[in-house]
Design a protein around this ligand. Structure first.
Ligand SMILES: *Cc1c(COP(=O)(O)O)cnc(C)c1O
Length: 465
């Protein structure tokens, strides 16, 4: 057999994939039973050396050994003691579907290359628009990550609100966007990519709950106008990354209407509450937005990357990019939802809608609500536990499943050391953040199998370090 014949043999695929599924099922049951370390932390140099040795060993036609090593050396998000970054603990069905979409590799940019994924993308984004509270003029796209989706939204904002046609003529004038100082760094990055410079990102201070102080909007807006800026957009965070704080979207929405600004909601993490009866009040006013970003790969059980960008007026989504590409589509100005590349940064794009659809089709929207409700409730309960403990204090009363806390200064170990010791031990994976110039331990409760008992044990482990 030639190498090509070997690589494309259906029989080897069957064998390799079966082996992998067995290993993954074992991984799931071991991690879910808390039997393995959550994070097998090694220094970057050690990790690199390990894989360099592995590579130096040369070709091995049986990939099982490689699969095993990858599982062994990876961070186990499915372990209920995983509570680190805001990366989703995925529903296994969406991983199974990932294998399907990867092998089919339908590239999506044009309809013929996404015969399934383009219609499914419309169904998924239409459903989200409805849950946001938009009417039938709305629509949206899926794209690769909140970072890219926020940039895409700001490009749509610029196309609609800038007084000059920047797309055709390049930048003149000074454009600006308003955000809270707690907004995710990618908004700052997007504005800089768009040529606004550091002064073009107007950061509104936050209150003691780390929410945008909307009463300052008028003043900051006027200052920018006086300095010669044209403010095109305002971004609300639902929620902020560090503390999980939700901005007041009703106030921001009113302000943006009064000043004719584009109102964008960055709901990468916390926009998932649109699926929850219990918590959707957190994004009251979201229906006033012109665009909304929600990540499926954070709170919505889907493997990275899948992000929805939903527009109140679907027309706007067709003005973001105005490129001619005759080899892809005959008519640039027609608004065909099924040629997804017209409205996305990506040309070739993963068939990401299929992964989302598989969750909705197999378990229904209720699974999403259950997931969000459980983790948000758990955040609240954990906060109560911290408050009741004499040695710990909260950074801020949590609004969601992100909780920042610290061991009080009277103890003889600092919080940075605690976090490093936990990392080296590997039983729990948590992260840290800085609030008001002090180090806090930070958990994002992403795993639906994490219990209050796990959290009690976390506090105990920290206390006994
Ligand atoms: C995670 C996050 C982002 C970045 O999204 P990615 O999908 O990681 O690119 C942006 N904004 C907020 C509020 C986030 O929580």
């Amino acid at each position: 057999m030639t190498n090509i014949q070997k690589a494309f043999s259906p029989d080897s695929f069957r064998e390799q994939a079966h082996q992998m599924v067995d290993l993954l099922a074992d991984y799931l049951s071991t991690s879910q039973n808390r039997e393995s370390q959550t994070i097998p932390f090694k220094s970057p140099e050690e990790s690199l050396a390990f894989w360099q040795d592995d590579f130096a060993e040369g070709v091995n036609e049986d990939p099982t050994d490689f699969f095993k090593k990858v599982i062994e050396k990876s961070t186990k998000l499915h372990n209920p003691r995983y509570m680190g970054h805001q990366v989703g603990v995925i529903a296994p069905i969406s991983a199974t579907t990932s294998m399907l979409t990867s092998l089919l590799n339908n590239g999506m940019a044009v309809y013929e290359m996404g015969l399934v994924s383009n219609p499914l993308e419309k169904i998924v984004t239409d459903l989200m628009a409805k849950r946001i509270g938009f009417d039938e003029k709305s629509g949206g796209i899926l794209t690769s990550g909140g970072t890219l989706a926020n940039l895409t939204a700001l490009l749509a904002a610029r196309a609609k609100k800038a007084s000059t046609d920047v797309w055709e003529e390049g930048s003149e004038g000074k454009l600006a966007v308003i955000v809270s100082e707690e907004a995710h760094y990618c908004v700052d990055r997007a504005a800089r990519i768009m040529g606004m410079g550091s002064e073009g990102i107007i950061k509104i201070p936050t209150n003691e709950a780390f929410q945008m102080r909307t009463e300052l909007l008028e003043k900051y807006y006027q200052d920018a106008v006086d300095k010669g800026f044209q403010v095109i957009a305002i971004v609300g965070s639902s929620c902020s990354t560090s503390t999980g704080s939700y901005d007041d979207l009703v106030e921001i929405g009113k302000f943006s209407q009064a000043k004719n600004l584009w109102f964008h909601v960055d709901g990468a993490h916390g926009g998932a509450v649109i699926f929850s009866e219990k918590y959707k009040h957190k994004v009251k006013g979201i229906e006033l937005a012109d665009s909304v970003v929600i990540d499926w790969h954070k709170m919505l059980l889907t493997p990275a990357l899948v992000t929805a960008l939903i527009f109140k007026d679907n027309d706007d989504s067709y003005h973001t990019f105005q490129q001619k590409a005759q080899y892809l589509w005959a008519n640039q100005t027609s608004q065909d939802w099924f040629n997804s590349g017209k409205r996305t940064f990506e040309c070739t794009k993963l068939g990401m809608s299929v992964k989302v659809y598989s969750i909705l089709k197999t378990y229904g929207e209720e699974l999403l609500a259950e997931h969000v409700d459980y983790l948000y409730d758990l955040g609240k309960q954990f906060a109560e536990m911290i408050e009741a403990h004499p040695s710990f204090e909260l950074g801020v009363n949590p609004e969601c499943n992100i909780v920042c806390f610290r061991l009080k200064d009277s103890q003889n170990i600092d919080n940075q050391t605690i976090r490093q010791k936990l990392l080296n031990n590997g039983k729990f994976y948590i992260v840290q953040t800085t609030l008001r110039e002090r180090t806090y331990l930070r958990v994002s409760l992403m795993n639906p199998l994490t219990t209050l008992e796990d959290l009690r044990e976390l506090l105990e482990d920290i206390y006994n370090l």
